[in-house]
Structure formats: structure tokens, C-alpha cells
Design a protein around this ligand. Structure first.
Ligand SMILES: *Cc1c(COP(=O)(O)O)cnc(C)c1O
Length: 362
């Protein structure tokens, strides 16, 4: 008996997400922060208190956490939906709205994986040679395929750059709809939700799209705590119009974010100064890494607005393997972008180890 015959065809052809654990001294492969954003005594006390009530279900609405974020971003908590990482929110968005799902490539792999898991059509549009959006192709694709969802990771993973905001705006406008009055036809011929995935926004300092939420009802913003030192908590947020939040909330599992994550996130977010310090250090280290990498013959780093740097190297696979032999783990991107590797910005010490190993190699 072949169990696989029972599996839905779209799942049968899917491969499980491969997150191999490779032992190493310096781990710069997963765009994590080198600093745990939680280290103060208050979080220990809060955690202790929550351990004593682990017999109870968590707050299904994550009210305290959402209120804190709402205040911070100056929005209403009704505009926020909490997820077990933004991965879960991508799942919920595609479950709620379905496909076709459009996104540029190369980009974050989960848009494609989850679309396929849910049996939805994927429309992949290659980026231009500057890793920016090919807006003409995207607009043509929108007309042809009428996607329900468009995912734009900006800054983009794995290329590191922000997409031009005027291009993103053109896409939002082309797919937006004004509030429909009775008897009136929808304003635009194609309605799509545009999800701007701002996982790396803290490293850019810009937040251009948040203020546009009131203006464009098809705009959805996604944020996460994963890249700022709390990847282990699994916490992501959708920020959008209340109508969108309410629809997606229907498919959310009631207790998707556990009570310990909620409590620890609150403590971490209250300690804003600490978070800021870590982010500032990562940004300045990114600049140093970039300058130093530029000086190495045969290495071409691409400018980055995120907490990692994509770089081109002759013999990239060999560079990857040799670095690993020296205890430095980075990400091999050669299957995605020819001759490219991706390194996460670590602590100053880790970055120096990486640079030294790289220089020796070349
Ligand atoms: C890392 C990353 C995320 C984060 O996902 P979580 O599930 O919140 O850890 C989301 N989007 C992009 C583009 C990423 O690179």
C-alpha cells in the first residue's frame, strides 16, 4: 500500500522545508540577530508569572501585545492580526483570499511553498537586472492573471535591497479599489491585495507604507520580530484595514500565539532602547562588512537595506564549503542566483572572523 497515493497531488510534489542543522562556530546563515532581544530581569519575572498559569489557554486576541504595538505604530489594534511568525500569516492570507498568488523572483521562498501547499496558482515575475521590480511585466501579469494576492518583500530576501517605492505604489494603485457606493461599479478593473512584507524594515529606518494604509484599502503590511532578536518566539503581525483583518481572523487558529511568547514579546518591546541599540550596531556592522568585502578581489557585495549581504564570488560553492571548514556558516544561494552567497550580519567579532576567513580564501 502506497500512502503517497492518498496525498493530494499538490502536496505530493512538494518537498518539506529543508532547515538542515550544520554544526559551526559562527552562524551567519539565517538572517537572525546575533543578540537575543530579551535579557533583562523583568522578562524573567514576567516569564515566571506566566509559567504559573500555563494550565490556562493564552489570550486568543493577544490584546496586551497588540495594544502595545498599536500605540507604538500609532494605529488601532483592530488593524493588527498576530501570527505564529509571519509564515503563519502568509498561510492565512492565502487560505483566506486564494490565488493566483503573484510575487517577484528571487524572493522569500515561503510565498511559493505555501501557495503550492494550498493548491493555488503561482505567478512568478523575474526581478530586473538591478534586483528591482519589473513593474511593466508585473502590471501586464496583473491584467492577464488577475492575482488575488501580490507579495512584495521590501527589503527583499535574498537580494537585500528595497524595491523602488514609486514602483510599489504603482502596483498598489493599479490594483486598488475605492470605497464602493451603492449602485456604483468598483473603481479598478483588477482588485488585488498587495502585501508589503517588511520583515527587514527595522534595518532601513524607513516606513513609507504604513502611512498609506488609510488611503489604499488593498494594502497589507507584514512585520515580524524574527529579525530583531526574537526568532525563537515566533511572532509576526499583519497590519491592514479592519475589513481585511476581520476576514483573515476567521481562519486564524484561536490560540496561535502561546502565552509565553506573548509575555516575553511585551517585555522585549517595552525595552525599546535595548532593541534600538542592537539594530544600530547591526546597521553599522553591515556598512563595515560591505566596505571590507568590496576590497576583496573576486568578491562583489550588493548594497543592502537589511541585516544580511548578498555577494557574488567566483567559485561560490567552493567559497561556501571552505568557509564552513573554517567554522563559518553562511547561505549558499547558487541554486537561486548564479555564483551568489548570502551572509548575515553578526556581532563585530563574528564579522571579523568571517572577513578574515574570506580574505584567506581568495
Ligand atoms: C525571515 C523572513 C520572514 C520572517 O518569517 P517569520 O515566520 O516571522 O520568522 C518573513 N518574510 C521574509 C521576507 C523573511 O526573510
Amino acid at each position: 500500500m502506497d500512502i503517497r497515493k492518498l496525498v493530494k497531488p499538490n502536496i505530493r510534489s512538494l518537498r518539506a522545508y529543508h532547515a538542515e542543522e550544520i554544526p559551526c562556530k559562527v552562524k551567519l546563515d539565517a538572517n537572525e540577530s546575533p543578540y537575543s532581544a530579551i535579557s533583562n530581569q523583568r522578562s524573567a519575572i514576567s516569564l515566571e508569572k506566566n509559567l504559573q498559569t500555563l494550565n490556562r489557554y493564552p489570550d486568543p486576541q493577544a490584546k496586551a501585545l497588540k495594544n502595545l504595538i498599536a500605540k507604538d505604530l500609532r494605529i488601532k489594534s483592530g488593524n493588527i492580526l498576530h501570527g505564529n511568525g509571519s509564515d503563519e500569516l502568509i498561510y492565512y492570507m492565502i487560505t483566506t483570499f486564494g490565488g493566483p498568488v503573484m510575487y517577484p523572483v528571487p524572493t522569500f521562498s515561503m510565498y511559493g511553498i505555501i501557495s503550492q501547499a494550498l493548491g493555488e496558482k503561482k505567478i512568478e515575475i523575474p526581478l530586473d537586472n538591478k534586483f528591482d521590480l519589473d513593474v511593466e511585466k508585473i502590471l501586464k501579469g496583473i491584467e492577464k492573471y488577475k492575482p488575488k494576492l501580490i507579495f512584495l518583500s521590501s527589503p527583499n530576501n535574498p537580494t537585500g535591497n528595497c524595491f523602488s517605492s514609486d514602483k510599489i505604489l504603482r502596483i498598489i494603485k493599479a490594483t486598488s479599489f475605492s470605497k464602493q457606493r451603492r449602485g456604483e461599479r468598483p473603481f479598478a478593473p483588477t482588485l488585488s491585495l498587495v502585501v508589503v512584507d517588511e520583515a527587514y524594515q527595522p534595518f532601513t529606518g524607513k516606513s513609507e507604507f504604513l502611512p498609506l494604509l488609510g488611503k489604499y484599502r488593498n494594502l497589507v503590511i507584514m512585520r515580524t520580530l524574527s529579525k530583531i532578536g526574537l526568532a525563537g518566539l515566533r511572532l509576526g503581525f499583519l497590519i491592514a484595514n479592519e475589513e481585511i483583518i476581520n476576514e483573515v481572523n476567521k481562519v486564524r487558529l484561536p490560540f496561535n500565539v502561546n502565552s509565553l511568547s506573548q509575555a516575553v514579546a511585551i517585555e522585549a518591546l517595552i525595552n525599546k532602547k535595548q532593541l534600538r541599540t542592537y539594530i544600530t550596531s547591526i546597521i553599522s556592522e553591515r556598512k563595515r562588512l560591505f566596505r571590507e568585502m568590496e576590497k576583496i578581489d573576486g568578491i562583489t557585495p550588493y548594497p543592502s537595506d537589511a541585516n544580511f549581504i548578498l555577494f557574488r564570488a567566483a567559485n561560490a560553492v567552493r567559497v561556501y564549503k571552505c568557509l564552513l571548514e573554517k567554522g563559518v556558516l553562511i547561505r549558499d544561494m547558487t541554486g537561486v542566483i548564479e555564483n551568489c552567497l548570502r551572509v548575515t550580519v553578526g556581532t563585530p567579532g563574528e564579522n571579523t572572523v568571517f572577513l578574515k576567513a574570506l580574505k584567506q580564501l581568495i
